[in-house]
Design a protein around this ligand. Structure first.
Ligand code: HEM
Length: 507
């Protein structure tokens, strides 16, 4: 088992640049390989930059190249996978022959060797360490914290008040991660964390595409803002770890990480301290906390924000949801983990929101060896991308793909089922697939359903007329410029206008 992160973390940072990989059978020599057709890379650039909803550009690629397309982008060979069978084959069957793709290579400057970005044995050992804190009975114990955090956040809400709902959801989910995973009360700092992360997302969104490396080396104001936000978060995370180290250990994940790091230092696994006094073992804790803070809050906050917006635009679906919540959530303070099975419609609303606006909208991988896919050879070092946004809206796999129809997830027995819409397995993958599937999946469903049920019991936020909500395709798919809404109490506001309707009316 690996006891410390890979040693190349102590070498000069590669600035996220991948190592040049060559096909193993022809070392040092360029190879000529046949490649599937695809759009010119310049068109992808223009498509992503100019399209009204940038990820929708991948739908256009799927339309012209329904299975596999190839293009050259910034000197890279990029393969776009648009068919679920190929996505399954790559991520599941060939999972061991891949490493993470470009976005996560880039975001290493922030997350270091955390679970999201690390590879190989170090990744596997970290996953074994972290996973138990995000499963089973631990979720049951987190449920009351999630419900309380939602009620605390809404304590300051008033009918008619205008708020940025995306920021509200971020502050709420930061507080939940702080208390459940780090045993730390982050409520006083949650807005600060959410804002710094927001700036990071903006900064990274402009620096994701191949060729944008230059942007990170040129001293622009945007770059300075990005690095300042990284520094702010870094200071906050280190302070939080130091504070937690001084308190008695508890059942939280940060305690587990601190124990593991003390163990690694004891067995000589954490190498000597660097100039800043930080050992590899210390850095490993910092990287994991930063990863869980980012991955554990931003995605769920985005899913909730999109769900609110879609409910506001679809009064029939909102009424359908409210009927369930009013029947099940008689007293929000007493909502528990056991109630999750009684809230299939709430879960369906989230599933449908993540279908239309998947917080993780693109998955990337780099091949470590030559990979055969659909009759083509993808040479080692190729970039493979697939867009959940495109797969989730592809008319080949979904009826009425652009409609918000949460009832499509409810079976004839009234229960929620991920396979109920009848799509191929890999046509719906908000949490990814294969060995690197989201480790926080159960946490996210628990939090998303409980928070939505708690808040929708009383509130029906409304986007002001005339305000256009547009997705920003950053690391996650978040509403560009936030989500300004007017808070409306359902009992006194237009929430009443929603007519009660059964699930069939929404199919
Ligand atoms: C709606 C909420 C969420 C969505 C949509 C989501 C989505 C994803 C996706 C798509 C991946 C795979 C990325 C890839 O294959 O490249 C992933 C990985 C990950 N997620 Fe989530 N996530 C959510 C919530 C969470 C939560 C609540 C946590 C932690 C508490 C979390 C922690 C992680 C971590 C650590 C990984 C890396 C796992 C690994 O590589 O082994 N996520 N997530």
């Amino acid at each position: 088992m690996a006891t410390s992160p890979p040693s190349d973390r102590t070498e000069p940072r590669e600035d996220g640049q991948p190592r040049r990989l060559r096909p193993a059978h022809l070392p040092g020599r360029p190879v000529r390989v046949a490649r599937p057709p695809g759009p010119p890379g310049a068109l992808l650039y223009a498509g992503l930059a100019l399209h009204r909803e940038p990820p929708a550009y991948f739908l256009r690629i799927a339309h012209r190249h329904p299975r596999l397309a190839h293009l050259r982008l910034g000197g890279e060979h990029v393969y776009v996978l648009s068919h679920p069978d190929l996505v399954h084959e790559l991520l599941v069957t060939r999972g061991r022959d891949l490493r993470k793709g470009r976005t996560l290579e880039r975001i290493r400057m922030l997350l270091g060797e955390g679970l999201l970005t690390s590879e190989g044995e170090w990744h596997r050992s970290q996953r074994r360490l972290v996973q138990p804190a995000l499963q089973g009975d631990r979720l049951r114990a987190y449920a009351p914290v999630m419900v309380r955090a939602a009620r605390d956040r809404a304590a300051g809400w008033r009918d008619g008040l205008q708020v940025d709902l995306a920021r509200e959801m971020s502050a709420l989910t930061v507080a939940v991660v702080g208390e459940t995973l780090f045993g730390t009360d982050l409520r006083g700092r949650s807005a600060e964390v959410a804002d710094a992360l927001g700036e990071l997302m903006d900064g990274f969104s402009r620096r994701m595409l191949p060729g944008a490396d230059l942007l990170l080396s040129v001293p622009t104001r945007g770059r300075a803002r990005l690095f300042a936000a990284v520094d702010r978060l870094d200071t906050l995370v280190r302070t939080m770890i130091a504070e937690r180290r001084d308190r008695p250990r508890g059942p939280d994940l940060l305690s587990t990480l601190l124990d593991a790091s003390a163990g690694a230092a004891g067995t000589g696994g954490g190498s000597d301290a660097g100039a800043d006094g930080e050992t590899d073992a210390d850095a490993a804790v910092r990287d994991e906390v930063m990863t869980l803070l980012l991955a554990g809050h931003e995605t769920t906050a985005s899913a909730l924000s999109w769900a609110w917006w879609l409910l506001d635009r679809n009064p029939e679906a909102a009424a359908w949801l409210h009927a369930e919540i009013d029947a099940v959530v008689t007293d929000p303070a007493r909502l528990t983990y056991a109630d999750l099975d009684r809230l299939p419609r709430t879960r369906a609303v989230l599933a449908e929101a993540m279908r239309l606006y998947p917080p993780s909208w693109i998955l990337g991988r780099r091949t470590l060896v030559d990979v055969e896919l659909d009759g083509w050879t993808l040479p080692a070092g190729s970039l493979c991308v697939t867009s959940q946004y495109a797969l989730h809206r592809d008319p080949r796999f979904w009826a009425a793909p652009d409609a918000f129809a949460p009832a499509r997830w409810i079976g004839s027995d009234g229960a929620f089922g991920e396979g109920v819409p009848g799509q191929p397995r890999a046509a719906y993958l908000p949490f990814g697939l294969g060995a690197r599937i989201c480790v926080g999946l159960g946490f996210a469903w628990t939090e998303g359903v409980l928070v939505l049920a708690t808040l929708a019991r009383r509130w029906a936020p409304q986007v002001p007329p005339g305000h256009r909500v547009r997705p920003q395709a950053a690391v996650t798919l978040r509403p560009s410029g936030g989500m300004p809404v007017v808070l409306r109490e359902r009992s006194s506001g237009p929430g009443r206008r929603h007519r009660e309707q059964g699930p069939d009316s929404l199919r």
